[in-house]
Design a protein around this ligand. Structure first.
Ligand SMILES: CC(C)[C@H](C(=O)O)[C@@H](O)C(=O)O
Ligand code: SF4
Length: 474
């Protein structure tokens, strides 16, 4: 029987297989950040161990880094200790680190791909749930816990429980105003936040094949929000074109050999998935969340749902609770929900294409009175590119704040937080209670919806701006 993409990558990494035991897999790339690595390094120290493969291990600072005054000492003591600990650990063990102020610093899931470290057919791990992002390259990439981080540091291997396979086939073409973010939000609303549990999802179909690498990363990034172990997309010419020439991509004959192997990484015709979902791309529309988990979403043109409309009792209860927390009323049109904050950034939507999309909408327009808009590039490289293209000027001219790279308000481990009761349209991936600050309310949106929302002050899509022409045509 044929094998799926995920099964092929798995099989190519098994270093030990024994009856009744989990397979032991070789890990090709181990990414580290300040939040989930301290105890792992402590464990190595306690056991007198070294990092087994320094060449396959790389660290960056992202969660606790400030986005203002980065040349000043870090004011928040918790963040300062977190960053100092990572610096000491990396120095003690010889791990390559891109600290705050370094040109390669940024959100770990933005940095790996842009350096060409993430490649098709690899196993990629990080003590971070959104490691699923790297699956966009046809890598098997998943988040691990701190004890697993220690195991990988010490051995470059990991015992892993078997997974089930799911295909999400997106047929047809996405309408012009529908983005990868709208698609993945719609998928999670459809299958639920537990719908992917135990599965590695492979996204396929015409609409997926047409997406850029950055859009594919947005999709795979949020696989974890459907509960999946990982998300993957088969590598193709789009993948190869993105990788070619990047600092860590193979070169010359090695490149040719790599591409020849990567081309074999496709699900065989006769492979069977454990579960299949089919989505009609043409039926999708701009999508936003109204609740407190990423599966509580609806098209922007819809209204806040009535909890009573959910057949399932626990969903009904969850919706009820979510509306209370979010301060929303059933039946309220989503377009009428006003926001005070707009956040463009994160490993979901903090790459250059996302910033370009937001800037194109803000060009010649103004952020609405009373709305604070933060634009936080996913990495320093993204920031530099944006500056080269003049996007930073577009943001600041519109009244938005242009910040330094990092996770920032995606989870508010730095000073970028919502105040209690504040409401944000956010291009990030989680809308849990308090995620962006205690009492803060989050609506997950695409960069396009974020920008239109900033201009109008209420949830909106670019189409809603047609009667508010830009002052200067781009
Ligand atoms: C802090 C980290 C462990 C966490 C994760 O695992 O995803 C964070 O990145 C997040 O997005 O919630
Ligand atoms: S940007 Fe957000 S989702 Fe991504 S790693 Fe940072 S905190 Fe996690």
């Amino acid at each position: 029987m044929g094998r799926t993409l995920a099964e092929k990558v798995w099989d190519d990494h098994v270093v030990r297989r024994a009856e009744g035991e989990p397979d032991l897999l070789f890990i090709d790339l181990h990414l580290l950040h300040e939040v989930t690595s301290p105890q792992a390094f402590d464990g190595l120290r306690k056991n007198g161990r070294q990092v087994r493969r320094l060449d396959l291990t790389i660290a960056t600072e992202d969660h606790n880094t400030p986005t203002l005054d980065i040349d000043k000492p870090i004011a928040d003591p918790v963040s300062r200790v977190q960053l100092e600990t990572l610096r000491k650990n990396c120095a003690d063990f010889g791990v390559r680190l891109h600290p705050l102020g370094d040109v390669e610093q940024g959100v770990v899931h933005v940095v790996g791909p842009q350096l060409g470290l993430t490649q098709p057919g690899m196993t990629v791990v990080c003590g971070d749930s959104h490691t699923s992002t790297h699956g966009a390259f046809g890598a098997l990439a998943f988040g691990i816990g701190t004890s697993q981080v220690e195991h990988v540091l010490a051995t470059q291997t990991l015992p892993l429980a078997p997974f089930k396979t799911m295909a999400i086939t997106v047929e047809g073409e996405l309408p012009a105003d529908v983005t990868a973010k709208d698609l993945i939000l719609a998928v999670i609303t459809r299958i639920g936040t537990g719908g992917g549990q135990g599965y590695v999802i492979e996204y396929r179909g015409e609409a997926i094949e047409k997406l850029s690498m950055e859009a594919r990363m947005t999709i795979c990034n949020m696989s974890i929000e459907a509960g999946a172990r990982a998300g993957m997309i088969a590598p193709d010419d789009t993948t190869f074109a993105y990788l070619e020439g990047r600092p860590h991509a193979p070169r010359g004959e090695d490149w040719d050999a790599a591409v020849a192997y990567w081309k074999t990484l496709r699900t065989d015709e006769d492979a069977v998935f454990d579960h299949e979902v089919v989505i009609d791309a043409s039926a999708l529309a701009p999508f936003v969340t109204w609740g407190t988990n990423p599966g509580q979403g609806a098209p922007l043109s819809a209204s806040v749902p009535d909890p009573a409309s959910f057949a399932d009792a626990s969903e009904r209860h969850a919706a009820q609770k979510a509306l209370e927390y979010m301060g929303l009323t059933a039946g309220q049109p989503l377009r009428e929900v006003g926001v005070d904050t707009v956040f463009v950034g994160s490993c979901t939507n903090g790459r250059i294409e996302d910033l370009r999309a937001a800037a194109a909408i803000l060009e010649g327009r103004k952020v609405a009175d009373g709305v604070r808009m933060l634009v936080v590039p996913g990495s320093v490289r993204v920031a530099l590119q944006a500056v080269e293209e003049g996007l930073d000027k577009v943001f600041t001219a519109a009244g938005a704040e242009w910040r330094h790279a990092g996770c920032s308000m995606c989870l508010g481990m730095n000073p970028d937080q919502l105040q209690p009761g504040e409401r944000a349209a956010s291009t990030s991936n989680r809308n849990f209670e308090g995620r962006q600050g205690k009492g803060g309310r989050t609506h997950l949106v695409s960069p396009q919806v974020a920008a239109a929302t900033a201009v109008l002050g209420h949830l909106a899509s670019p189409a809603d701006l047609s009667d508010i022409p830009a002052l200067v045509e781009a």
